[in-house]
Design a binder for this molecule. Structure first.
Ligand SMILES: Cc1ncc(C[n+]2csc(CCOP(=O)(O)OP(=O)(O)O)c2C)c(N)n1
Length: 682
């Protein structure tokens, strides 16, 4: 680094230190800052790292102790204060604790939205790294060539699922990514030996394939600069991922509330003796970049700037309370990063036209053809998951797509659902359209953290970032059998997951239209493919063509009737039809098609005419989505109801394997018919 670069580093390091001191001694004690996380001891290494991330498409996922890095990436001091103060000028507008950072590209590196969850930063970073290789290598975008992704985390975070998921992906795929582990020896109060044997992750990973391992003293300017820059060069030159263990002291409590009683006085004294600020001063003087007087003046100047920024932040207004509501979903604000919209990529034009004649296809074929067409129409679409590549998926929905579109666009992944969804988040933020497949609904469980963080991402960043994707998941019982692992539908959990849209088609035509819409719009979407209708006559339909789209939030009247309204979706649509037929018809059946958003207006208008409503679903009854519909109908259609709203759904047990037992749990045609008769004669 040049003299001026070192002075820049010093300026940011000193500013971060000064900010921490002001927060610790003034803003936290006076109750103005509730979440206070100092970076004292970590500053130097982070700022040196940021200095080497200026490529333009470099990105970093950070954590709560990363403020020095984010300042070096271009966050102003005032923004840095306004975050923890929860004021209007903070990066998230007061929505999130200021230490959960994100910052659109200002100085060559994008700070991807952090999570409060330790370890959640790793797999999105891997996704960005894979997007770099895709955009540079396959899309031939020169600007992405040589970019890298870095995940910053503490030693405690190396014990998380996310760390290992990301490590496997980055090393097997040789991705341009650095695991930047700031080892301060503790995770809150827990020593590093609880996180990895002997407390040294670098030593334990020495034999890990495809990973460059580097260890450095993060308080030593010469050494940190040399080893960090070397590691960045290694990864930038395409030689694969690296793990950099940066040894630093934590010269502060874990957070403002922590008195560090678990450290001995001697230990604390030794940590204070390794202060990078003191070492940086010694370095700057030794290099003669400043003399002692010059250094003192430099420090005073930085502290003055920080104090002014603090005063300015404190003068900011409180956020407008109603501003908490926008951006849970795409609402017209173009994000800086994420999806097709951020890059102003035009969505392929679609007439929405429906072909009425042609071969009938089953649900699987419908999905496959739609993916095939969208892969052809949009080079940013990528399809991946376990067994999705060569085999074509365990359900066959991606057969031959790899042959046709290549291994970069249709590929197998490691067996890690957190890896699959987290990687998709990073890819989506880098402008791609990820279409991950999860083999069965139950097997999404390991990805819950990434699912939740993806859903809130647009809101948390005040609309600055987005991660639209379409997650395809086969759900429900199959035509042969059920069981607790492969037959979960669980759409109610998704409906309760902030920021996700949910589609559950009952037939091949709707599957085509909804999948295409999801792939061309701007929100993360669960696309649920019912196993029982993957290949059955009721699920088949004429392939509606490559232009056909179905809007979200628009249900359909499967058959009109006047005696009652049955609201349902997925496979239950077909059981409802048979049940209604068996009791002489004249019952209106509504197929919602999408659960989020759901077509309230259609349901209320129907109930207004029929005066009776049954909600029928396959997900278990308690807090199932039927409860939501019943509550709305009970309130908004109260004056038209001639009977209580009926819910027909499985009791709160898993789906059994034995077919007879399964039919005792999932609503049967007979049961639906019986309950409908009771509803009509109430
Ligand atoms: C998934 C998850 N579990 C627990 C926590 C609570 N928590 C916050 S920080 C922390 C310790 C992390 O330590 P480390 O990764 O070493 O980072 P350091 O704070 O030492 O920089 C814990 C347990 C959390 N935020 N997320």
């Amino acid at each position: 680094m040049t003299k001026s670069e070192w002075l820049d580093v010093a300026r940011t390091v000193l500013a971060s230190r000064s900010m921490d001191i002001i927060e610790e001694s003034e803003l936290a004690p006076s109750g103005k800052v509730t979440y206070q996380f100092s970076a004292k001891g970590h500053e130097l290494a982070q700022v040196i790292l940021a200095n080497y991330l200026r490529q333009g498409h470099d990105a970093a996922t950070v954590y709560y102790r990363s403020r020095p890095f984010v300042l070096a990436a271009g966050m102003t001091f005032e923004e840095g204060f306004a975050g923890p103060l929860a004021l209007a000028g903070s990066r998230n507008g007061g929505r999130d604790i200021g230490v959960v950072h994100h910052l659109p590209n200002r100085q060559g590196v994008t700070v991807l939205p952090a999570s409060g969850d330790v370890g959640a930063q790793y797999t999105p970073c891997v996704g960005w790294a894979q997007a770099i290789t895709y955009r540079a290598g396959v899309l031939q975008e020169q600007a992405w060539s040589g970019a890298i992704a870095v995940a910053l985390g503490g030693d405690g975070s190396t014990a998380t699922n996310g760390f290992w998921a990301a490590l496997n992906i980055a090393t097997t795929q040789k991705l341009p990514m650095i695991f930047f582990i700031e080892d301060n020896g503790y995770g809150i109060s827990v020593p590093g030996v609880f996180q990895t044997p002997g407390g040294n992750i670098a030593a334990n990973l020495a034999a890990f394939g495809g990973l460059r391992i580097v260890e450095c003293d993060g308080t030593n300017p010469d050494e940190a600069d040399r080893l960090i820059s070397k590691t960045v060069d290694h990864v930038r030159s395409g030689k694969g991922p690296a793990l950099l263990r940066v040894i630093v002291p934590r010269i502060c409590g874990h957070s403002g509330a922590d008195n560090q009683s678990y450290k001995t006085p001697k230990e604390r004294e030794s940590e204070a003796g390794r202060d990078p600020v003191a070492r940086l001063k010694e370095f700057i003087l030794r290099k003669k970049y400043l003399d002692t007087k010059g250094w003192d003046a430099f420090v005073a100047d930085v502290e003055g700037q920080v104090r002014s920024a603090c005063t300015a932040a404190l003068a900011q207004p409180e956020p407008v309370p109603a501003d908490a509501l926008p951006h849970a979903f795409y609402d017209g604000k173009k994000p800086h990063h994420g999806g097709l919209m951020a890059d102003s990529v035009a969505v392929p034009p679609s007439t929405g036209e429906k072909r009425e004649e042609g071969p009938r296809v089953n649900l699987i074929e419908a999905v496959k053809r739609t993916l095939d067409h969208e892969l052809s129409a949009n080079p940013r679409v990528l399809v991946f998951g376990e067994d999705v590549g060569v085999k074509g998926g365990v359900h066959g929905a991606t057969v031959d797509l790899q042959v046709k579109h290549g291994k970069d666009r249709v590929f197998d992944t490691s067996l890690s659902e957190e890896g699959i969804i987290g990687r998709a988040v990073g890819m989506a933020m880098a402008g791609l359209v990820p279409v991950p497949e999860i083999q069965f609904r139950k097997y999404l469980d390991p990805a819950t953290e990434q699912v939740n963080d993806c859903g809130t991402l647009r809101w948390r960043t005040n609309g600055d970032f987005a991660a639209p994707m379409v997650v395809r998941i086969p759900v429900g019982f199959s035509k042969r059998t059920g069981d607790p692992w492969h037959s979960v539908s669980g759409e109610a959990v998704f409906a309760h997951t902030i920021g996700w849209r949910v589609a559950m088609p009952s037939n091949a035509q709707d599957a085509v239209g909804l999948l295409r819409t999801a792939l061309r719009e701007h929100d993360p979407t669960f696309f649920l493919e019912h196993r029982a209708i993957q290949d059955t006559a009721p699920g088949r339909g004429v392939y509606p063509g490559d232009d056909y789209t179905v809007p979200f939030g628009v249900g359909t009247v499967v058959q009109p009737g006047s005696r009652a309204t049955v609201v349902t979706w997925g496979e239950m649509v077909h059981r409802a039809k048979s049940a209604v037929e068996s009791i002489g018809g004249d019952v209106e059946i509504i197929d919602l098609r999408t659960i989020v958003p759901w077509d309230k207006a259609l349901v209320l208008a129907s109930v207004q005419r029929t005066g009776r409503c049954m909600v029928l679903h396959e997900d278990t009854i308690t807090a199932g989505f039927g409860a939501e519909i019943a509550a709305i109908v009970g309130k908004e259609a109260f004056q038209w109801l001639d009977a209580p709203v009926e819910r027909v759904a499985p009791p709160d047990v898993p789906i059994p394997y034995n077919k007879g037992m399964m039919e005792a749990v999932i609503p049967t045609i007979e049961q639906v018919a019986q309950r409908l008769t009771a509803l009509i004669t109430f």
